[in-house]
Design a protein around this ligand. Structure first.
Ligand code: B12
Length: 285
């Protein structure tokens, strides 16, 4: 069943008309990475403790969605959608504002991610297993917490970390085998599937900065001054995309969402895990 789900998701991504910028032949996403986490993985409770009680566990999502029914076993299925080369390269010359293709890739790319979430829910539900996509639920909300700033009730990349798909970085972005210029999605199902192996030990294993002190490329790419050796300032990042980028490009590019992504392009971790030094140290937050 796992192979059937993987191949149907892959086929949907490679054939869907929605995986293209409108009225163009520009593909938004290349082939995905797909990973599986056990709903009983301790990380989900760990996230709730570290992020805040508002960040729901897979079990809480089921209880909220299916009126008090519980989830004893099941799987969180996650995917990584890497942006296509055309979209990545379009951002290379930009120093302050995103390219048209990047801004449209973010806008139409997240619409496609939602369509993929619906596709995955319907596929697995038709196989006979209740399935939900937290990001499509009325219980999904953005949260601003005093303790951790911008957050939400379900972080797609924390789910992907638990599914073995990548680790965090100086910018907070998740660095995967296909890099970090990508978007993430997930569904929670009562179907039990074998979890993916976890190819890392520490939360920042794939980030060159944390493992060599020789990178920081994202610091120089960020036009908002939001990234420093101390990490990612979410407030500055949020303000730049809303106050500077949106008024400058949204009407011209025909989009309604904030975008930027300069820190995700023209950096060593854009499309792969950068080569790390041999004496790698695992860092925990
Ligand atoms: C709120 C939000 C924002 C906020 C805050 C981002 C943030 N750091 O969380 C703002 C507005 C700043 C933002 C900006 C952008 N965003 Co945004 N955003 C979200 C959203 C809606 C929710 C994120 C969330 O819940 N975060 C929870 C908090 C707690 O996460 P955090 O602070 O990063 O977590 C850190 C700590 O918790 C730490 N940590 C501490 N203890 C522990 C313990 C363990 C065990 C672990 C594993 C980790 C850990 O690890 C993290 C890294 O330091 C998600 C969609 C979603 N539902 O997930 C998209 C999402 C994170 N955004 C995304 C993107 C692409 C962007 C932008 C590039 C958009 C743009 N401007 O073009 C920028 C820059 C992203 C960046 N560098 O982080 C992608 C991420 C893709 C990627 N490669 O990682 C997401 C997943 C959307 C998607 N569906 O793909 N975003």
């Amino acid at each position: 069943m796992k192979n059937e789900i993987i191949s149907k998701i892959m086929e949907f991504i490679s054939t869907s008309e929605f995986n293209k910028l409108p009225n163009t032949e520009i593909k938004i996403y290349d082939s995905p990475l797909i990973g599986f986490a056990d709903v009983n993985n301790n990380l989900f409770e760990n996230y709730q403790q570290k992020i805040g009680p508002f960040h729901m566990t897979p079990q809480e999502w089921f209880t909220a969605e299916f009126e008090n029914s519980s989830l004893s076993d099941g799987t969180v299925i996650c995917w990584i959608l890497p942006f296509s080369e055309t979209i990545l390269k379009s951002n290379y010359l930009e120093k302050e504002l995103p390219s048209k293709e990047w801004a449209q890739g973010r806008f139409y790319g997240e619409q496609f991610n939602d369509i993929l979430r619906q596709f995955a829910v319907s596929l697995i539900t038709k196989m006979g297993y209740r399935t939900i996509a937290p990001s499509l639920s009325s219980h999904w909300k953005r949260i601003y917490s005093d303790h951790i700033g911008h957050a939400s009730t379900w972080s797609e990349r924390h789910a992907a970390y638990a599914a073995g798909l990548g680790t965090f970085s100086l910018t907070d972005a998740l660095i995967t085998e296909y890099g970090m210029a990508m978007r993430v999605g997930s569904v929670i199902t009562e179907l039990v599937l074998a979890p993916s192996p976890i190819p890392y030990k520490g939360v920042y294993d794939n980030c060159l900065h944390y493992n060599s002190n020789r990178c920081g490329a994202c610091i120089h790419r960020c036009p908002a001054g939001a990234i420093s050796l101390k990490g990612h300032n979410k407030d500055l990042c949020f303000a730049y995309t809303r106050e500077k980028v949106m008024p400058a490009v949204n009407d011209v590019y025909g989009v309604t969402t904030p975008s930027c992504g300069l820190c995700q392009t023209k950096v060593p971790c854009e499309r792969s895990i950068p080569k790390l030094p041999k004496t790698k140290v695992s860092v925990t937050p």
